[in-house]
Design a protein around this ligand. Structure first.
Ligand code: SF4
Length: 515
């Protein structure tokens, strides 16, 4: 019998269909773990080891570890749960990998799954519980900030909330009182507080849905192809199914809410969307929006664009030739003697920016590459200062980049190292010289592609990266190998970054030529 775990709650917040796949699909059809996931796991493990040292060495506090046993075996889990209970009864300060369980209510006709939670740390805090004048809160160790970063700033992560809430539910069975908070112990050895509520009706609904999913009922959930799939081992399976059925989510900007919104207005696949009567469709969408489907921000223009994208998708599928696209506006990029194409390499987990690369096109010169790199002898701060000098020396020169990542990252570097805001504003401020090509592409073009990322569009328009394994995750991994002494890795990182900068230049020229 499969269990429901905190990982299921975490995954559910990323993709609702994922839990159904994890519990029901053939594990032999899973993809291999990709580079980036492997890197995340390694990073997570390394941080967890350091964090455990932190808890072990807190003065006046005792620390115990609960042996894992066989996590699939119910008897092992029950034994570990009893051990955890005894540690709590004895008032141990930090219980590492404790086991919390709730057995399902079983009847003659149905058997409920066991709920199994393994918070990284059960931390003793002041309060009242059946054990005395102390109680416990769940703590999970994460190798990041412990919050999500969004375009509007940091926020508590819904995935961590879901995970901690699940621990709280199981902990309440033991403590006999509501557990109102949990913590993420982050990469900076700080506790990030999460308010919890196991009475939240949505949380309860999710739990009930998961129980049904374990029993083989998909509860109407389906694959929704998105960037999340890149981190999921069901990617090939889901993508194959989506391609076979001309799934709506294969279109860019068509996520779960849009897909099921379209289902509501009886558009079930790409063919139906491509052939839709636009006027009638817009009316139906308006009605569905009032009933809570779609996002309120969905505009008529977006719906029209999706119809066009569905037509392009089907056209592309039926032809041997690539390059089906629509450019709705002639680009008016500045005609100047010098332009720069900029791309950053960084490790979001370690929060390190290790490279700023530029492809520079200048009248009368062969285009050339220039990079500012954090080598073993050069810090992130030093290269940030060099970057600011580079920006200052190139005042007035258009700086093309693809996506908001360069701007966000430079702003963070500016805040971190107290760099000149004037320099930043001259590049990224209102009327600054930076041009985000991604914004332009999203606003003015339609493609038969799921992603409008640099790799997806540039590959589609004929640009080739020299390394087959070129990708941001590999670059991070190569950088750590370089830091560990493998000098030859630096060449690979530079080549990868140079080609990303060149791809941005390719994109810009391609748009100008094909508009
Ligand atoms: S591949 Fe994508 S759609 Fe499929 S389960 Fe994973 S995240 Fe969900």
């Amino acid at each position: 019998m499969k269990h429901i775990t905190a990982t299921d709650f975490y995954n559910y917040t990323k993709c609702k269909f994922r839990v159904f796949m994890d519990k029901n699909a053939d594990p032999n059809t899973q993809d291999k773990v990709n580079y980036f996931l492997e890197l995340l796991w390694k990073n997570g493990q390394a941080h967890e080891e350091k964090a455990v040292e932190y808890f072990k060495t807190q003065s006046g506090c005792d620390f115990v570890e609960v042996a894992s046993g066989n996590v699939e075996d119910e008897e092992s889990l029950k034994k570990a749960a009893r051990e955890t209970f005894l540690y709590m009864k004895n008032g141990v300060h930090y219980i590492y990998q404790g086991v919390l369980i709730r057995e399902g209510v079983n009847s003659l006709f149905a058997r409920e799954p066991m709920l199994v939670g393994r918070p990284d740390i059960l931390m003793r805090v002041d309060g009242n519980s059946p054990f005395g004048k102390y109680t416990y809160v769940p703590v999970d160790i994460k190798a990041g900030k412990g919050k999500d970063e969004t375009d509007y700033g940091e926020r508590l992560s819904p995935s961590y909330t879901a995970q901690l809430n699940f621990y709280a539910l199981l902990l309440e069975d033991v403590l006999k009182h509501a557990v109102k908070e949990g913590f993420i112990f982050n990469v900076h050895n700080q506790f990030v507080k999460y308010p919890l509520s196991t009475n939240d009706p949505k949380f309860k609904d999710v739990l009930e849905e998961m129980k049904k999913m374990i029993a083989g009922d998909a509860c109407g959930r389906e694959q929704v192809i998105s960037s999340t799939c890149g981190m999921c081992q069901w990617q090939s399976t889901c993508l194959k199914k989506a391609q076979e059925t001309n799934d709506l989510s294969l279109l860019f900007y068509l996520g779960e809410k849009m897909k099921f919104g379209l289902y509501e207005v009886e558009i079930k696949n790409m063919e139906e969307l491509a052939q839709a009567d636009i006027a009638k469709l817009l009316l139906k969408v308006q009605r569905a929006k009032r009933a809570g489907f779609f996002y309120p921000s969905v505009t008529d223009e977006l719906i029209k664009s999706l119809v066009t994208r569905a037509q392009l998708y089907l056209q592309e599928k039926s032809e041997d030739e690539h390059e089906v696209f629509i450019i709705r506006k002639t680009p008016d990029f500045p005609k100047v003697p010098k332009e720069i194409h900029y791309d950053i390499e960084d490790d979001p987990m370690g929060e390190t920016v290790y490279m700023h690369g530029f492809w520079i096109i200048e009248e009368g010169k062969k285009p050339y590459y220039y990079a500012i790199v954090a080598t073993r002898d050069k810090t992130e701060e030093e290269i940030s200062r060099e970057l600011w000098s580079f920006f200052a020396a190139n005042e007035g020169v258009p700086i093309y980049h693809y996506s908001g990542h360069e701007k966000t990252t430079c702003r963070k570097l500016m805040d971190k190292y107290k760099l000149s805001s004037d320099v930043f504003d001259r590049v990224f401020g209102k009327g600054g010289t930076a041009i985000d090509l991604y914004d332009w592409v999203v606003a003015n073009t339609d493609w038969p592609l799921t992603s409008y990322g640099l790799k997806a569009i540039c590959k589609y328009t004929g640009f080739k990266w020299s390394a087959e394994d070129a990708g941001g995750a590999n670059s991070i991994s190569w950088y750590y190998e370089y830091l560990d002494g493998k000098d030859e890795m630096m060449e690979k990182i530079l080549t990868y970054n140079k080609e990303d900068c060149m791809a941005t230049a390719h994109m810009k020229e391609w748009l100008e030529e094909h508009a």
